[in-house]
Design a protein around this ligand. Structure first.
Ligand SMILES: Nc1ncnc2c1ncn2[C@@H]1O[C@H](COP(=O)(O)OP(=O)(O)OP(=O)(O)O)[C@@H](O)[C@H]1O
Ligand SMILES: [Mg+2]
Length: 358
């Protein structure tokens, strides 16, 4: 555990938490480097908020240790942890102005008025809210309230910033703007941050690394490109992005290459499985072309076509039951392709992933 503690600015080592019979955090470990922006991504109920609350000191884990900057804070009360929290509903004080909301934490820390004023001004400038300083927070838009909440959390100079689904109340357009803004802001400040979301696209946009959670455990912790390109399991493959996947059986294994028989024919892919193994082969939508221009080729039928503006998706007609599902993305739809069309799909062996069958 000592090694783990040195590895991260924030270290969670073997944290478990039960609510009644439910094991909500299951021996979970996580190390986050100084200045890193890590997202906790996972479906509803997988324990994201519970982990955040343990780190903030609002909950005590049943087992395990949490440390920040090498100091064990597991038993430290929340107000002594120097951790900033931005909640989903912002939790701003409606009867206070923007500046008063931001100053609140400083006053609670006993910072004098003369020292507080320049720090509030700095925080306001950081989130570009200087001109709104005197307004009541009730007069602000959702995005502006969000920025006040971030400024209020940052003004106390926390060693760690925790954000629990901070954008879920915003409309899509504003959410996308805020994601990029927040990422930029936090990089400027250089603060270590943990960001909870169940939106995989949001996690890909904002994070240095993403921890994909499954039932109280971290299934994979990696940078966005690795998570998408080299998912560690079918669960991660399905949770982040889309794919065409076909169940099959390994017929040959030699020199790190596999031949897999699927319902749509043979496919070759790099991997280490014994002949006879039941597997699922998968390929990302943009790694597929129509025609013959790659080593793996399968024949399929188009069920539906979705025009998405910058690209078009073909949904393949595969049996509904079982593991098979198919979606392909093309920059544009070729002439004459539509629902019912017979197509040949080609994809590179190197782009083909193999997982153990569930
Ligand atoms: N105080 C509590 N008492 C009892 N059960 C709780 C408590 N807090 C959370 N739980 C349960 O623990 C599980 C995980 O909850 P948690 O809030 O951590 O999930 P989450 O990943 O944040 O989900 P969401 O995406 O819906 O916010 C859920 O089944 C929830 O009902
Ligand atoms: Mg939650």
């Amino acid at each position: 555990m000592a090694a783990l503690q040195q590895a991260g600015h924030l270290t969670v080592a073997g944290a478990s938490k039960r609510f009644g019979a439910a094991l909500v955090l299951d021996d979970l470990s996580l190390a986050v480097a100084k200045g890193e922006f890590v997202s906790l991504l996972g479906p509803s109920g997988c324990g994201k908020t519970t982990l955040l609350r343990c780190i903030a000191g609002l909950l005590r884990p049943d087992a395990g240790h949490i440390s920040v900057a090498g100091r064990d804070i597991t038993t430290l009360p929340a107000h002594r942890r120097n951790v900033g929290v931005v909640f989903q509903n912002y939790a701003l004080f409606p009867h206070l102005t923007v500046a008063e909301n931001i100053a609140f934490g400083l006053r609670a820390q006993g910072v004098s008025k003369s020292e507080s004023a320049p720090r509030v001004a700095e925080a306001l400038a950081l989130v570009r809210m200087t001109e709104h300083a005197g307004k009541p927070v009730t007069a602000l838009s959702g995005g502006q309230q969000q920025r006040v909440a971030v400024a209020r959390a940052l003004v106390v100079r926390p060693s760690l910033l925790l954000l629990d689904e901070p954008f879920s109340a915003l409309d899509r357009k504003l959410r996308e703007t805020m994601q990029v803004e927040l990422k930029h802001l936090l990089r400027e400040v250089g603060i270590t941050a943990i960001f909870v979301t169940h939106d995989q696209e949001e996690a890909l946009v904002v994070s240095d690394r993403i921890a994909v959670m499954n039932a109280g455990r971290i299934e994979q912790l990696a940078d966005p490109a690795t998570l998408y390109g080299r998912p560690a399991s079918l669960y991660v493959l399905d949770f982040v992005g889309q794919s065409t996947r076909l169940a099959g059986q390994v017929t040959e294994a030699a020199g790190g290459m596999l031949a897999v028989q699927t319902a749509l024919g043979p496919v070759r892919a790099p991997g280490q499985f014994a002949p006879g193994s039941r597997v699922v082969v998968a390929v990302r939508p943009e790694a597929v072309v129509l025609g013959e221009a790659a080593e793996n080729r399968i024949a399929a039928r188009v069920r539906e076509v979705s025009f998405l503006g910058s690209r078009t998706q073909l949904h393949l007609d595969l049996p509904e039951e079982g593991e098979d599902r198919g979606v392909v993305e093309l920059p544009r739809l070729p002439e004459g392709i539509g629902p019912g069309s017979a197509v040949t799909l080609a994809f590179r062996e190197a782009d083909t992933m193999v997982f153990p069958a569930p």
